[in-house]
Design a protein around this ligand. Structure first.
Ligand code: AMP
Ligand code: MN
Ligand code: MN
Ligand code: MN
Length: 276
């Protein structure tokens, strides 16, 4: 089976390594097909592709689009699209603009409970200031001594029901799938095991995704348990979705799984790269 890693982040969003280093590390780890999938931003693609070309590693364009579905924050991956597509780029720009406003509201909430300077602090951790993310807040809260590591931040702060979390209107499922397909790409539901959805709600999400033209789901993911892999492999077969796999690598020390170090896809699935 091909060593494919179709989900990872660079400093163009909330990763810790520049896109060129992500590609270099992937090649070193034996990745044969890489997609860089920064959140809502295509800024790292050219650099990653050029390193991949240099090192003889296959590369496809990727993105991880932030949407709201059923009141939850859900992520939709796009692969192998034209990165210069106008509608896709305009859509991603609108999501990034919303992020800056959300970051100000998050900082105001944290300020209210006595944690000051979070907007500026998080911005200092954001290489791409247009792509301010909860990860940057988490890194600042660790730096400020509020929590011992990023993981603990996401247990006590900036998640629903905890201080620093604010509601936000992201794009819709229809927007994200439409932009990806319109740019000639393939859409996949990212790490479906991570959403707090009942079985029925998961089916509603997958039904709607499929009816919009979505063709794949992430089955093997750095944030999936072995149980998740089995159950989403079953759903992929049932829905006729292609299967994707990706580490969701954000950087050394901050990710469970390194680039290219994933379990293979279970038997009987069509890998999403057959569509590339
Ligand atoms: P945002 O897109 O700004 O809402 O930030 C979401 C990002 O926060 C995700 O892409 C992850 O990188 C990170 N994140 C979310 N939940 C966790 C968690 N439990 N542990 C570590 N990182 C997390
Ligand atoms: Mn992230
Ligand atoms: Mn995600
Ligand atoms: Mn991700």
């Amino acid at each position: 089976m091909l060593n494919a890693d179709l989900h990872c982040h660079s400093t163009a969003s909330d990763g810790l390594l520049p896109a060129a280093e992500v590609a270099r590390r992937a090649a070193q780890n034996g990745v044969e097909l890489l997609a860089l999938t920064d959140h809502d931003d295509l800024g790292g693609l050219a650099e990653a592709r050029s390193v991949a070309d240099e090192l003889g590693m296959r590369f496809v364009n990727g993105v991880e689009i932030s949407i709201e579905w059923g009141g939850l924050q859900v992520h939709i991956l796009g692969f192998a699209f034209a990165a210069d597509d106008q509608v896709l780029n305009t859509g991603l720009t609108s999501i990034r603009t919303g992020r800056v406003d959300r970051a100000r509201r998050m900082a105001a909430e944290l300020d209210r409970i006595g944690i000051h300077g979070c907007y500026e602090g998080a911005m200092r951790h954001a290489e791409n200031s247009n792509l301010i993310s909860r990860s940057h807040f988490a890194r600042y809260l660790v730096e400020a001594g509020v929590c011992k590591d990023v993981r603990s931040v996401f247990e006590s702060y900036i998640v629903p029901g905890r201080p620093g979390y604010v509601d936000h209107r992201w794009a819709t499922l229809a927007d994200s799938v439409g932009w990806i397909l319109g740019a000639g790409g393939v859409a996949a539901v990212a790490h479906p095991g991570r959403y707090k959805l009942s079985r029925l709600e998961m089916r509603l999400l997958l039904d709607e995704f499929k009816s919009l033209g979505g063709q794949a789901i992430e089955v093997v993911s750095g944030s999936h348990s072995a149980e998740n892999v089995t159950s989403f492999a079953r759903l992929a077969r049932e829905y006729g979705f292609m299967a994707s796999c990706g580490s969701d690598f954000h950087g050394p020390g901050e990710s469970y799984v390194d680039l290219g170090r994933l379990a293979p896809l279970p038997q009987g699935l069509t890998p999403v790269w057959e569509a590339f």
